[in-house]
Design a binder for this molecule. Structure first.
Ligand SMILES: Cc1ncc(C[n+]2csc(CCOP(=O)(O)OP(=O)(O)O)c2C)c(N)n1
Ligand code: SF4
Length: 278
């Protein structure tokens, strides 16, 4: 995390906008929003120097619900937007919010290269193992036997393994959280934002409407049996063989974050506006 501007007096409520969330009652994303605001308050981030970027999906609505700057982009392109922003404005704290469809399907390519580039930002994926906003189609993390009218008999496809893929691609911090534990999740987000380079946090966040079975996740999650390692191969082996429900910081790397070769130039915005005038 580079040059965060701290403002110690902020409370979680100071980061909550006046826009009321329109998620389904019981959606895990309410708790994720709570964790965001608690983490921002604990870090004392200045909302005007913090940007929440997203793509499209129920989970991607988060920027509108915070008082930080926000960018609700297009489906699967949140990391491209965020990378450009952070490189141009390294003084800002950039947090990206995504879903498993947005981030791993249409956005999969950007995910690999964001990990590889190791730009100093935090990527949060609310994984509900389904496309919630478009009514429950299978996503890259859906189980092969998920049997619905939209996927009769299940897709039969092996799920994507996001944490291992993040490690293999060079992410510098990897963690798994559960939306139902907002304090613990806030603590993980604090660590992720503080950690230099590209931090990836998977938050298991139930879609109660299209995956009511996920309400049982509260009984399945448990703390990771061992602490974080700084060895990516060890972390990958552990994650490949875990049950998918161990919660905590799983990997803390020490790669140097991406640095631009030249100092960011200040741009005359009136000139830029003229260039794009219709
Ligand atoms: C280019 C493009 N393709 C498809 C869509 C339709 N679409 C909107 S949201 C979404 C899925 C979102 O799923 P996910 O990222 O898992 O988020 P959730 O709604 O579950 O939080 C899709 C396919 C779109 N808006 N734009
Ligand atoms: S459809 Fe699912 S992910 Fe979307 S708001 Fe409803 S419960 Fe949440």
């Amino acid at each position: 995390m580079s040059a965060i501007e701290l403002r110690p007096a902020c409370k979680p409520a100071d980061y909550k906008s006046e826009v009321s969330p329109i998620w389904c009652p019981g959606c895990g994303d309410y708790h994720v929003l709570m964790s965001f605001t608690r983490a921002f308050a604990e870090l004392g981030l200045a909302p005007e120097n913090t940007v929440v970027v997203s793509g499209i999906g129920c989970s991607s609505r988060i920027p509108a619900y915070t008082t930080c700057y926000g960018f609700h982009g297009v489906h699967g392109r949140s990391l491209a937007l965020a990378a450009g922003l952070k490189v141009a404005r390294p003084d800002l704290t950039v947090v990206v919010a995504s879903g498993d469809g947005d981030g791993y399907s249409i956005g999969g390519n950007h995910f690999l290269h964001a990990c590889r580039r190791n730009i100093d930002m935090t990527y949060v994926v609310m994984d509900n193992r389904v496309y919630g906003m478009t009514k429950g189609q299978p996503s890259p993390t859906t189980e092969p036997d998920f049997d619905t009218a939209l996927s009769p008999g299940g897709t039969g496809l092996s799920p994507f393994h996001p944490l291992v893929i993040a490690l293999a691609s060079g992410a510098n911090f990897v963690a798994r959280a559960f939306s139902g534990n907002p304090n613990e999740t806030a603590g993980i987000l604090v660590e992720a934002i503080r950690h230099p380079g590209f931090s990836f946090v998977e938050i298991l966040s139930p879609c109660v409407t299209f995956r009511p079975d996920e309400k049982d996740w509260k009984n399945a999650v448990h703390p990771a049996p061992v602490g974080a390692t700084s060895d990516p191969a060890k972390a990958a082996r552990r994650i490949m063989t875990d049950d998918g429900f161990n919660i905590g910081v799983l990997y803390r790397g020490n790669r140097l974050p991406y640095q631009t070769k030249t100092a960011p130039q200040s741009i005359d915005l009136t000139e830029l506006e003229k260039e794009f005038e219709l």
